[in-house]
Write a protein that binds this ligand. Structure first.
Ligand SMILES: Cc1cc2nc3c(=O)[nH]c(=O)nc-3n(C[C@H](O)[C@H](O)[C@H](O)COP(=O)(O)OP(=O)(O)OC[C@H]3O[C@@H](n4cnc5c(N)ncnc54)[C@H](O)[C@@H]3O)c2cc1C
Length: 324
């Protein structure tokens, strides 16, 4: 079966990762345009109905390897390489995230394939997939095609939206002999560090705090504003490095990529390394006392002023509006 194969990551409770589900939906859409099939690979202890349930995202088949451990790249490379070779897949698509990068890179080396990373969009041209990859600090887009199969496509975080519909996938158990080196590492425990118990990648409203907040204690202003809107707090690297806020909340090149409906930047200059992590936000509102701050170049609404005066009033106004 030719087609597009997607790796679907899950946590220990059996919940599938949002970026993986986005990749499944994207693969299903592209497979439809190509006139081929989309399928998923899952590893570890995934229940029948959970595996079959991936059909809701448009894949017709799920290959499950119960023996391979979840969360380690090398065993998953073994599984995907076998499924791709046995079934003649044309492409492998990953939804983004560190594990996807690691598996995608390993798979590329194993299959002597072509790879494109940080992909933000995939198009069909002349019956083949062409990946769009932003380059030169996101100022240009490179179109990357593949001269041979399989082509490996690794998405940027949150690049693909998950669309849930109806459908059930056929589940096929596959036996894969793991490479010797794939059994050297053992997963001891899995978990994710979260700031204030909120998954900032899923938040609809994010209040980003930068050095303009002045000191660690002033993050309370960002937290109160976020709370008034049911949102979460994010941070720049400058404040994370200063120990004002946890790394789990860092947005940018060396942090997380987010795309909320509203990103409210408080005292953030808008350095390119921060911009790449939040520029896909639906609406960007910046408060900065410097009218020449770069953040205003890519904000939908800019407020020039002292955040210490503006933010408490804004929080009060939102609370009053919600209360009334
Ligand atoms: C390899 C590399 C990777 C990096 N990765 C990341 C990354 O992942 N994420 C990231 O964020 N950065 C990253 N950086 C750092 C980045 O270059 C910037 O230094 C950082 O984003 C700046 O953070 P900031 O906006 O909080 O601070 P600053 O640049 O110091 O900006 C503070 C802003 O607050 C404003 N301000 C000050 N007082 C007030 C006030 N009272 N009211 C309103 N506004 C006020 C100022 O006008 C200024 O614009 C990286 C850098 C490198 C070299």
């Amino acid at each position: 079966m030719a087609g597009i194969l997607v790796y679907a990551l899950h946590d220990d409770e059996g919940n599938f990762n949002k970026n993986s589900l986005g990749a499944l939906s994207e693969a299903a859409k592209l497979a439809g345009e190509l006139g081929t099939e989309a399928a998923a690979v899952v590893v570890g202890d995934v229940a029948d109905d959970a595996a079959a349930g991936l059909g809701k995202y448009g894949v017709g088949k799920v290959y499950r390897c119960k023996e391979a451990p979840e969360g380690l790249a090398q065993p998953i490379v073994d599984v995907m390489a076998k499924v791709i070779s046995d079934n003649d897949f044309d492409y492998a698509l990953f939804g983004g995230g560190l594990l996807g990068f690691e598996i995608g890179a390993g798979l590329t080396a194993r299959l002597n394939a072509g790879v494109t990373m940080e992909v933000t969009q995939v198009n069909v041209q002349d019956g083949k997939l062409v990946a769009e990859r932003p380059i030169l600090q996101d100022s240009q887009i490179a179109d990357v095609g593949y001269v041979d199969k399989p082509g490996i496509i690794i998405g940027r975080l949150n690049a693909f939206d998950a669309n849930e519909g109806d459908g059930t996938a056929e589940v096929e158990d596959v036996q894969v002999e793991l490479s010797e080196w794939s059994t050297k590492a053992r997963m001891v425990t899995r978990g994710e560090q979260r700031g204030a118990d909120v998954n900032i990648e899923d938040a609809n409203v994010l209040v980003g705090g930068g050095r303009g907040l002045g000191k660690k204690e002033n993050f309370e202003l960002a937290e109160q504003l976020a709370e008034s809107m049911g949102g979460a707090v994010a941070a720049t690297r400058a404040v994370v490095d200063a120990g004002w806020y946890p790394y789990a909340a860092q947005i940018g090149q060396t942090g997380k990529t987010v795309a909320p409906n509203l990103y409210l930047a408080l005292g953030i200059s808008g350095a390119i390394q921060h911009k790449v992590g939040m520029q896909n936000s639906e609406n960007i509102l910046a408060i900065n006392k410097d009218q020449n701050a770069p953040i205003f170049e890519f904000s939908d609404l800019g407020v020039v002023g002292d955040l210490h005066k503006i933010v408490p009033k804004l929080t009060e106004a939102i609370k009053a509006k919600k209360g009334g």
